[in-house]
Design a protein around this ligand. Structure first.
Ligand code: DAH
Length: 341
């Protein structure tokens, strides 16, 4: 068959064809316009055409190419509107949506509220890795070599070398406090938010991962009174202006003295109920004055500087605000749960 005849036949087909689906359109496009498609063969043949016919055949070829492209585009327009985006090349997943769809996750909302409250008193935000080494998670924080938190029962180890180089999933974001003190100049007033991991059986009350926000303030002359007032201000912003707090003596390797902070029960207001187990108080965070050993480990002179630190679980704060009684709900992505926030 002559080249011109082949072109006319395909042109006729392109004008008549009714492609029924996106797949059909794609198959047709590949057969005609693909790298090994028929049009390429025709262009190969075109090279041998006598110069006198080049113009006429060349125009016919271009006409054919346009007709094929039109047929494919028509099918994409028609089928695309029913089946999704018209053209995958036009699909931009990073484009901001018009209007608001979905919800901020309740943990994100609570975390942002924590940022807002502490942000007003000058705290910035620091970030650190979830995969950490023993030194940043335990040793620098004054955990003794045989401290039970290092044990396999609590910590997910990735690699065990038996030294401070053990690689593990951080069990708390106190490791970011260490990174801040090692890398930043003083004074430091920062929040350390992030996901933490513990080797716990998953239940309504415990999970193998959860979220923390820790805080650190190191400067000259930082006192326990500063810690108390900062936390009282936080509790009142978060839970209401008449919220009462109490600090109970406690122990953490990295703070001395250490305390746990309770707020008057958000449900019974202190009278005693099932949430507060009849005590009238619920614990919301741990805190204390940064232990001088920790400052020294980070090359900060405890003779000149002091600091306070605190750490809270975001899920716990969210539980108190929204009365969520099963921790697992926060990570299951159930729309019926998320749509309530
Ligand atoms: N790191 C502690 C935990 O995960 C929480 C904590 C307690 C953090 C006291 C602190 C602190 O910074 O001072 O249980």
């Amino acid at each position: 068959m002559q080249l011109k005849e082949k072109i006319d036949q395909l042109l006729d087909e392109a004008r008549k064809i009714r492609l029924q689906s996106l797949e059909e359109a794609e198959q047709y496009r590949i057969r005609l316009l693909g790298r090994k498609g028929e049009l390429n063969d025709l262009f190969e043949e075109f090279k041998q055409v006598e110069p006198a016919f080049k113009k006429e055949i060349g125009q016919a070829l271009n006409q054919l190419k346009n007709a094929i492209q039109e047929a494919v585009q028509k099918a994409k327009d028609e089928c695309g509107t029913q089946n999704g985006p018209k053209d995958m090349d036009d699909l931009d997943l990073s484009r901001p949506v018009d209007g608001r769809i979905g919800h901020r996750h309740p943990l994100s909302q609570v975390r942002e509220e924590i940022y807002r409250i502490f942000g007003k008193t000058g705290f910035d935000i620091s970030d650190g890795p979830e995969i950490e080494d023993d030194w940043h998670v335990f040793t620098a924080l004054n955990f003794s070599a045989d401290h039970p938190a290092r044990d396999m029962q609590d910590t997910f180890f990735i690699e065990r070398t038996g030294s401070t180089k053990d690689v593990l999933l951080r069990t708390h974001t106190s490791s970011v406090q260490i990174r801040s003190m090692m890398n930043r100049s003083l004074p430091i007033r920062t929040l350390c938010p992030g996901r933490v991991y513990r080797n716990e059986a998953v239940s309504a009350r415990a999970h193998c991962f959860f979220h923390q926000v820790e805080g650190l303030y190191v400067d000259k002359g930082v006192s326990f009174a500063d810690l108390h007032d900062t936390l009282l201000y936080f509790a009142r912003e978060m839970f209401g202006s008449d919220t009462r707090i109490r600090l109970r003596p406690s122990y953490f390797p990295f703070t001395e003295p250490s305390a746990e902070m309770d707020i008057a029960c958000t449900i019974c207001g202190g009278k005693g109920c099932t949430l507060c187990k009849g005590t009238g108080w619920v614990e919301i965070l741990g805190c204390g004055m940064v232990d001088p050993n920790v400052l020294e480990n980070c090359q900060i002179d405890p003779g000149q500087y002091s600091g306070f630190a605190f750490g809270m679980g975001v899920e716990r704060i969210a539980n108190l605000l929204y009365r969520v009684n099963d921790l697992r709900l926060f990570s299951e992505n159930d729309r019926r749960f998320l749509a309530q926030f």
